[in-house]
Structures are given as structure tokens and as C-alpha cells.
Design a protein around this ligand. Sequence first.
Ligand code: ADP
Ligand code: MG
Length: 445
Amino acid sequence: MCTRVEEQDFISVAPIAVFPSQFPRKCFELAKEVQVDCNLLMHKVAHDNEFLASSLKSTNEVDEFTRNIFDIHEKVLKAGVVQPLSFGLFRSDYMVDESHGKEPRIRQIEVNAIASSFVGLATKISRLHKHLISKYGTPKDLQRLPHNDADKNFAASFVDAWEAYGNPSAVILFVTEDKTVNICDQRSLEFEISALRPDIKVIRRSLATLLETAKIRGNQLLFADNLEVALVYYRVGYDPKHYPTQEYWELRLLIERTKAIKCPSINYHLAGVKKLQQLLADKDVLERFLEPSRAEKLSQTFAGLWGFDMGPKGDEAVELALSDPGRFVMKPQREGGGNNIYGNDIIAELTPIKGSSQREAYILMEMIRPPTNKNLLIGPNIDIDPSSPFHQIVSELGIYGAIMGTSDQVVFNSESGHVLRSKKSGVNEGGIAAGFGAVDSPILY
Ligand code: ADP
Ligand code: MG
């Protein structure tokens, strides 16, 4: 799958599910339907500077990473926005909740605003499952597999964004980790862009390389290795570890201040923080950004969310979490998996900080317990018992969305496709790179 591998790239084998997994059609359709609302919500929140400042005030005080992102946002505003277009490739994640009765309900886990992954692999797995079902299933089964063109759709959005920049010789820059594990996924996207538009050059550079080579020239134009950059696509930058020194933050600021279109722009990145997800779960807040009928639809997907703000409401949330921790997940403002706190660990983490503003670094979310299915997961770190090879699994649906616009105009806004990620039931987090989860696709019922 990878024809050209650079030094910083690793070939890794992503675990996959051999068969598609059962997923309720109604839930799938609702998640797809509200993706454009989700995109628009992120867009509007990202362009409401007052809302961002007031909502993130307490988080910024206790969470250095969010504060650093916010500082860049403020500096860009102060210096004057050179590129008014923001470009976002998002992924909204959902689990199905059946605990409240018989009707399965879809529940949003989070919205990823930066480095939304698995578009490339998901599309391939959808095709693999289609092939298998066409060979071994019935025509009726085939109809239950939803069509998935996520890679082509994201590639088309890249092309639209690149064209908006307006220089046919400028390149698309993928900003990657020093060592990229999920390389086949990223390359697939690059190849789809190339299939659509062979004339568009895509380059891949790590932040460490860009420290040396990224330069601003002329009228705030971004250059990397003497190539003018039209579009910066971050597959990195969502974790404090990605900024080992202050210079890395300065690089992010430098890029942000140029005319290059950023995916995501710093304000889109901010709109994806979990604290905002919690605040937007309040209907009144949501209706500031979406018209009531769309706000109503979108809020049908929300799970219970609470903030630990200092004050009586936050005190109640603390009480709730400590009295019945098994019902909740406690989340810091982090991305990338492995950061959440579950069950009795909530007591250990929350008790020492329950009276201080440190608690405001977290949000509390209702624990979703999705129905289990059987599937065969294969991958380098997945144990298979030959006498009973099937695993009990639970799945998480991701819906991709693309949006681009300025503070007063949306240029495009679309739902782009889907991924299903499945993990063995009983495992709290489903990191695919860590070997806990597998790329899967849904078969609807
Ligand atoms: P991250 O930004 O690190 O991906 P998430 O909010 O997506 O954080 O949580 C990581 C994983 O933890 C999810 O993919 C899911 O498997 C699990 N998880 C998160 N929230 C919940 C929840 N409310 N109920 C059940 N599982 C959850
Ligand atoms: Mg996640």
C-alpha cells in the first residue's frame, strides 16, 4: 500500500475486523444527518471570540495546553487575521446506548477537530467487507452495507480548499509526527488527492523539520523548503508531547500567522476542546449557534455531561461522580486516547482536587455501555484463542465532516463518510495504534 516511505515513517499493521459489525440503522442515519450541524456548530463557535474566551477562562487557568492554543488564537487576532478561511476535517464519534430501554440511542463521545484519522483505512475496510459479503453473504446483506467514500470525499475537500488559496504552484503540506505509525492511512489520503488532481504536490514534514525550514516570505506567505504552502494539514499538534520546547509553540504561531489555509485553523482546534463539548450540551447555549430545530436534532445525540466549575453546580457534579463513579468517565482536555479516568480511579484522582480549581481541568461524562457483538479481530497485538476465535466486541461509529468558511460565510459544509472502530468488550479505550481496537465497518439492522 505504501510505495514511498520516508525516514520518519513506520509501516504498521492496523488491526481489522474480519466481518462488518451490526449497527442500528436509525442511529447510523441520525449521526450522518446531524454531521453538517456539527460542522456548522464548530464553525460558529470557532468564530465567536467572546464565547471562546469566556467559556475557556477557567480551563485556561488550570490547563497549560489549552492555554497555549488559546494564546496563539489571541495573538493571531491581535496581529490581524491574514487568512480568513478556516478549513476543518472533523470526525464525530458515537456509541450506541441501550441501557435506557429497548430503543437503541446514539450518543456522541466527542468531536475530533484535529488529525481526524482512519479515513483512508476505513474506506478500504468498507470495500473489503463489501467484497466478502458479495462472495459469502446474501444480496439482502449487501444492501445493509452503507456506501463509504470517505477518502475520496476528504480528498475533494482538500482540492476545494487548495483552489481557494489561488496559487497553482503552491503545495499541500502534511505535518506529521517524527515517526508516523498510521502511515498507510495518511498515504491513502495523499494518493486520493493525487488521483483527483495529479498537478497538486503534497509534501510531508515533521514539526522538527519545519523548525528548520518553515519561513515567512513576502506578504505573510508560508514556505517550507522553498515551496509556497497553500494548505497546512496537521496530523500532529494535538498533544502536549508534540511541543517538546517553546520553539514548537512558536512554530505553530508562525504557521498560524501566514496566508496558508490551516486544517484546522487554531480557532477550529479550540472549538474541539472537551470543555466546549460539555458547555454546548446545554440547550440554551446550543441555540445561540444553531436554529432550534437543528439544535433539537443534534442534542438528541448528546450524552449526560457535567462541568466541575467552582460553585454549587460543580460541587454537585463532584458529589455525583464520587458517589457512583462506575456511571461516569472523567476526561481531561486531551486528545489521542489513553487519558480518560474510569470507575474507582475517579475517586483517586478527583478526591485530592475536589475543593480546588484544579478540578476544572476535567469534565464528567455519562458512561455509555454499548451492546456487544461477535467479530473476529486480527492484528499484531490481538490474541486469538483457536478453540473460540471470535471476540465479544463493542463498536464506536465515526462520522466524517468537512467545512470551510470565514467568520461570515460558509463556503462548503458536508458529511463525508464513516468509520467503525471496534474493540474487545471490557476494554475502556479503543486505541487502534495501541492494539486495543480494530478498523471495522457497519452492517445496518
Ligand atoms: P480522545 O480524545 O482521547 O480520543 P475520547 O473522548 O474519544 O478521547 O475517549 C477515548 C475513548 O474512551 C473512546 O474512544 C471510547 O472508547 C472511550 N470513551 C470515552 N467516553 C466514553 C463514554 N462516555 N462512555 C464509554 N466509553 C467512552
Ligand atoms: Mg476519541
